[in-house]
Design a protein around this ligand. Sequence first.
Ligand code: G
Ligand code: G
Ligand code: MN
Ligand code: NA
Length: 252
Amino acid sequence: TTIRNLLRQAIKRDELSLAYQPIVELDTGRWIGAEALMRWNRPRGETISPDIFIPIAEKSGLMPALREHLIHMVERETPALFARHPDFHVALNFCAEDFCAAGFTTRLAAAIERIGARPGNLQVEVTERVFMHLEDAAPAIGGLQKLGVSVAIDDFGTGFSSLSYLTRLQFDCLKIDKTFVGTVDTGAVTSKIVDHIIEMSKSLGIAMIAEGVETQAQADYLRERGVRYAQGWLYAKAMPIRELLERLHAAH
Ligand code: G
Ligand code: G
Ligand code: MN
Ligand code: NA
């Protein structure tokens, strides 16, 4: 049987799950949101990363099913979270193809309603690949923002990144990729790129989240330069919704 069939079965058999990685406000240490990351839990116990199965889904026409399943899991898991923490947000990863799909905005609007959340409780993340499908994806991006959902540009700096594209769409947030964050206090040339990304985001008025923050030195460097939010192992790894709720309770 092919991996495509295995993945199709995985959706039916509920082998996919979401792990939520907290997003931290650097000034206060407060958890203000979380990014939902998909996991494929195989029956024998191993876990397959989306880095492996998303490309397979894209190549084999399974993205619509996977996208729907992601939204379905979020509808199932988050109502209690937003009922107790009305200012919290959950960020969802979508690929460029998702933004181009008919009915995408409507589907997310329906999800927000079903969850009993506000549009501001959701953020959508899209990678720079969206710039290659700008014409087709722009209506959904604009439509979601009009609804009140914020849109983040993910893995910034790793892909199809011409800085000029940033001015073409009004992103609410830019996620500085962990490959850059890993170099901030090393003196490497790439650390200069981080400085430029930060300056550019500030001048465009785009909020920033630094990803993959692993050391206090990295956090301090970023905070001093005006980055307000971070996620990474320094704070917390991704966790099941149950644990996220417990730890949010413990903090209040
Ligand atoms: O958590 P992890 O390192 O395994 O995530 C790997 C990559 O997979 C991340 O870049 C993330 O953006 C992507 N990813 C995680 N969950 C989803 C999802 O539900 N949909 C899509 N399209 N990508 C996801
Ligand atoms: O959507 P995106 O590609 O940004 O997904 C974030 C990925 O980064 C996830 O796979 C997550 O597991 C991973 N990650 C999160 N925090 C850290 C960290 O502090 N260090 C490293 N190396 N990876 C991280
Ligand atoms: Mn992401
Ligand atoms: Na990222």
